[in-house]
Design a protein. Structure first.
Length: 123
């Protein structure tokens, strides 16, 4: 098992003020269990439950921030969908998830982005 800290500013060159401000951000520490170290069904499910709890928190936070983007853009919501921005998001994510690769990540992120736009419409 190992911990890994992902800095959102990495690879972007520009710092994120909301990430740097202690008052405006929280940290989520996530244990990243190694698949090779897991040998039982119970342990595998426990590891998945831990990762899913972190994923849920990240997805909810992402949706809230995507909703802010929709309010700030000249045309928000589904009408303001930006395929080029979405392609760059997937490309950047693929660097962190080479085993999934850009095609699978694109499918995942399409669902994440569409669900976020749907949730933003309720805000
Ligand atoms: C958030 C934006 O709006 C839409 C939603 C996106 C997202 O959830 O990441 C990405 C691109 C757009 O389709 C944006 O333009 O940055």
């Amino acid at each position: 098992m190992h911990d890994q800290v992902l800095d959102p500013a990495d690879g972007h060159g520009a710092a994120c003020p909301a990430c740097e401000s202690q008052a405006a951000s929280e940290e989520l520490r996530v244990r990243l269990p190694s698949a090779e170290a897991i040998t039982t069904l119970g342990d595998a499910r426990a590891a998945i439950d831990g990762l899913d709890a972190a994923l849920a928190a990240l997805l909810e936070r992402r949706a809230a921030i995507a909703a802010v983007v929709q309010r700030l853009k000249p045309v928000g919501g589904f009408a303001g969908r930006d395929p080029e921005r979405e392609r760059r998001i997937v490309e950047a994510m693929a660097e962190h998830a080479p085993a999934l690769g850009p095609d699978r990540l694109a499918r995942i992120m399409n669902a994440v982005i569409e669900t976020g736009l749907d949730a933003a419409a309720d805000r």
